[in-house]
Design a protein around this ligand. Structure first.
Ligand code: GLN
Length: 487
């Protein structure tokens, strides 16, 4: 049997079920792999092999007693370090939360635990999920397993690098403007951002609350469906959680293929798209054509406004959400403060990194009186126009196909001094958050330098089942996410 740490979760579930492997054996394989490659990748902020092995043994005992908790029982899943797990640290990649310990479980973490998954380690990220390269982490820079001189993408770069390097079987990330899909694409794995409201945000450290969603990072679309099934569904503790009917996502993958009508938004294939990325995505489009799908060109006319609108709304929400980190409660507390106002200034000054400060300043500015109408209010109105573009498109097509990122992974340090070029990494993913839609990044090949490329399928609100089945039509016959970097 080939290395367990590189199997898909679905395959491992079958092996566990048949008794061909034990959860302990699987966990040990992942731990050994992590020990051997982590010094090159730096994906984890923390992990605890002893605790993970104890959980794996419990899983084996449950199974032996005929009380298996289902297909995730015994499967190691890593969490981005902004999802609360009771009793564990949660840094959000920031010095300001360096010593914080979560007092409760996030709903998605609790749901994974209930299904027997082993929460394996805390994964690196850009500070407060602000960034596209994981270089904004206050603690370390994660390297791309396909070329360790390159960034893994971000902000969930620790999660995607760990899955790509075989250091975990799957992971959870968060996506506010592309932070699951862009790093998934750059690391050659599958990343799914659910419809806004499908997965509870309870226990997710907030960046921009009207955009944030938690989602799975996996090697196959089948695994994505498996994990989404576990974490999706209404939660009374998140007031924006939607009471959607949760279909059987795995069953949807097995349904006979349909002749989908798929839209290509012309604005996503315009200037700025690297020719090699375009080629890989067009090849995926050709595959759908050959499968009998109808491909139609469509237009999303407000696309060019998505980036400016996002960089008004996301910082505005962030400046308000991050106000709670004040040096008084649960955060870094400056020891040099002279009075209580000085305590706020110095604690925040010492605790936050440069990008976070940039966003707080931007956000406070666009919300300030005199500028509120000109920036924040206008941006909200344009957000509606962006959503309307998509809803108009969905009158004609079932889903959309686009690139995920305009380029493949870039070199570490290359865009650090140029925030705008960094912001452009998410040009094809931001609009989807603004519109609240589901989207999935599926690996679709490599550049000539053997760097992974992803294709994005954008679905209709709460039609994850259809989106997954469209994605699986391609993935089940290509499986680029099951190809592995040499490490
Ligand atoms: N890169 C984008 C930003 O920096 C998106 C981040 C995200 O999705 N969390 O805001």
């Amino acid at each position: 049997m080939s290395d367990l740490y590189y199997q898909s979760a679905a395959e491992l579930a079958r092996l566990l079920e048949k008794g061909e492997i034990s959860a302990r054996q699987l966990m040990q394989s992942v731990i050994d792999r992590t020990h051997s490659v982590e010094e090159k990748i730096h994906a984890f902020l923390r992990f605890d092999p002893d605790e993970a092995l104890v959980e794996a043994e419990k899983s084996d005992q449950r199974r032996a007693a005929g009380k298996s908790l289902g297909s995730l029982d015994g499967i190691p899943i890593g969490l981005k370090d902004l999802i609360c797990v009771s009793g564990q640290g949660l840094t959000c990649g920031s010095r300001i939360l360096e010593n914080y310990v979560s007092p409760y479980d996030a709903t998605c973490a609790a749901r994974l635990k209930e299904r027997g998954a082993i929460l394996w380690g805390r994964l690196n990220m850009d500070e407060f999920a602000m960034g596209s390269s994981t270089e904004n982490s206050a603690f370390q820079t994660t390297c791309n397993p396909w070329n360790t001189e390159c960034i893994p993408g971000g902000s969930s770069g620790g999660s995607t690098a760990a899955v790509a390097a075989g250091e975990t079987i799957a992971a959870l990330g968060s996506d506010t403007g592309g932070s699951i899909r862009q790093p998934a694409s750059l690391c050659g794995v599958v990343g799914l951002k659910p419809s806004y409201g499908l997965v509870s945000r309870y226990g997710l450290a907030a960046f921009a609350s009207s955009l944030d969603q938690i989602g799975p990072i996996t090697r196959t679309v089948e695994d994505s469906a498996l994990i989404l099934q576990a974490i999706a569904g209404h939660d009374a503790r998140d007031s924006t959680s939607f009471k959607a009917h949760i279909p059987d996502y795995q069953a949807a993958l097995k349904a006979p293929p349909r002749r989908w009508k798929l839209g290509l938004p012309r604005e996503y294939f315009a200037e700025g798209l690297d020719p090699e990325i375009r080629q890989a995505v067009e090849k995926a489009v050709d595959f759908y054509k050959n499968e009998g799908c109808e491909i139609v060109e469509i237009s999303l006319p407000h696309t060019e406004l998505a980036l400016p609108v996002y960089y008004i709304l996301a910082p505005a929400e962030a400046s308000s959400n991050l106000a709670r980190y004040d040096g008084v409660r649960y955060t870094h507390r400056s020891e040099r403060a002279e009075d209580h106002v000085d305590l706020y200034f110095k604690s925040r000054g010492e605790g936050f990194g440069q990008e976070v400060k940039r966003r707080i300043i931007l956000g406070a500015y666009v919300l300030s009186s005199g500028y509120y109408d000109a920036y924040y209010l206008r941006a909200q109105k344009i957000r509606t126009l962006i959503r309307n573009d998509f809803m108009d498109a969905f009158k004609k097509v079932d889903a959309l196909i686009t690139p995920v990122s305009p380029t493949a992974a870039f070199k570490i340090g290359e865009r650090l001094d140029d925030p705008l070029s960094m912001y452009l990494s998410d040009i094809y993913t931001l609009s989807i958050n603004l519109a609240g839609l589901p989207a999935i990044s599926v690996p679709c090949g490599f550049t000539s330098k053997k760097l992974p490329v992803g294709v994005q399928i954008i679905g209709q609100p709460f039609k994850e089942a259809e989106m997954l089945s469209i994605a699986n039509l391609y993935d089940s016959t290509h499986r680029f996410g099951m190809e592995h970097p040499e490490l």
